[in-house]
Design a binder for this molecule. Sequence first.
Ligand code: GDP
Ligand code: IMO
Ligand code: MG
Length: 423
Amino acid sequence: MNNIIIGLQWGDEGKGKIVDYLTESSDVVIRGQGGNNAGHTVIANGTKYVLHLLPSGILWDDKLNVIGNGVVIDPIGLVQEIERIEAQGIAITPNKLLISDRAHVVLPLHKELDAAREAALGDQKIGTTKRGIGPAYADKVNRCGLRIVDFLDREFTSQQIKRRVVDANEILVRHGLQTFDADEVIAEVYAAFERLRPHVSNTIPALHTAWKSGKNLLFEGAQGTLLDIDFGTYPFVTSSNTTSGGSCTGTGLPPTAIQGVIGVCKAYTTRVGSGPFPTGDEGLSEYLHGLGREFGATTGRPRGCGWLDTVLLRFACMVNGVTGLAVTNVDGLDEYETLQICTSYDIDGEIHTLPPADRKAWDRAVPIYETLPGWKSDTTGCKNFEELPSQAKAYLARLAELCDAPIAFVGVGPDRLQTLVVG
Ligand code: GDP
Ligand code: IMO
Ligand code: MG
């Protein structure tokens, strides 16, 4: 059984934790899009691991992890991440991690161009992670990007980097930002590439061999559906297809290889960065931040928090073809007296059960809520679904009904073991 694990909101739904949990019964974990803008937190055996480019299956021995062709790789960032995770006692060997030779490379100048673009946008800024994701994907689509395979030809790659540095410096000077020395960039990225070289291969045949021999494959999504370049709250989105279709284009495995799509969402909603957030709620944000929760794993920024929004989730279940829901952070609502679920938006007097395309309509969307009783008890010790309080089960049942998708997993804490299997 091959499954996609995908975010249904604006990222940080707890995908990493679910992927880590499901890795035990899988053989291969594959990332197909995004870059180190992602931050996936896994807590296992009392240790916290934060993964950005490494797939969240990396903590398990004897599992293959693949960074697929659709990912944009910052080689310097990836080497730092590998060293950090190795220092936590996890060996990362070439038979455990493969890196696609077709993946595009994020250069240091892409990060600076990301910052320049954000500065130029002023109060219209996207609130990116400044990891160079947009500029790297722009180069890919503009057909001037560098791929991992290009690094095998140092002369060609050096020439390309020199050209890119000249172009980038022109822009950076205009913004009063740091410019680059081409030789330094070449030396820096090559030093990182040499560490990665043993992991680099044509990952597509390896993935097809695994598929054809009946191995269980897990596709790990990064970001979330509302950050998708096509389906998200454009332009406040990331630069890749974060939805289930991206798992095929980003790995070279076809739709026929996939049987299930697990959509991950929180029991409430969060968003980091700019853009519309109809159910955003200051009270809930303050409450969760007060518990030390909802600070971004990549940038440390506090995430905005709000009530569960089933307009978003309904749409996300549609476009991803969700076959099962993983609802995380149910324990975040443990102390609330009453809970709100947004069932539709009122936009200029019209009821919408699906999100609008028009960015101005988003700003006028007034959430329509239904109120449910809270459970007012600690769920973090629940060992199975049956042990959840009846109000929590009713809340989850209503969520599933409004999204027309069954609940498959429930998260009641950040630890690998605080994952309940439903049904
Ligand atoms: P991802 O980007 O989708 O992998 O999610 P992040 O790791 O960025 O953010 C999810 C946050 O919620 C992390 O701090 C996780 O440790 C935490 N988390 C995940 N599931 C649960 C849960 O069920 N309960 C609690 N309390 N925390 C969770
Ligand atoms: P994971 O995989 C939450 C957001 C940024 C910004 C927008 C564009 O951990 O769920 P980018 O740097 O991609 O150009 O930023 O997307 N963003 C995320 N928000 N979780 C993520 O990843 C995100 N990756 C990007 O905050 O609003
Ligand atoms: Mg995250």
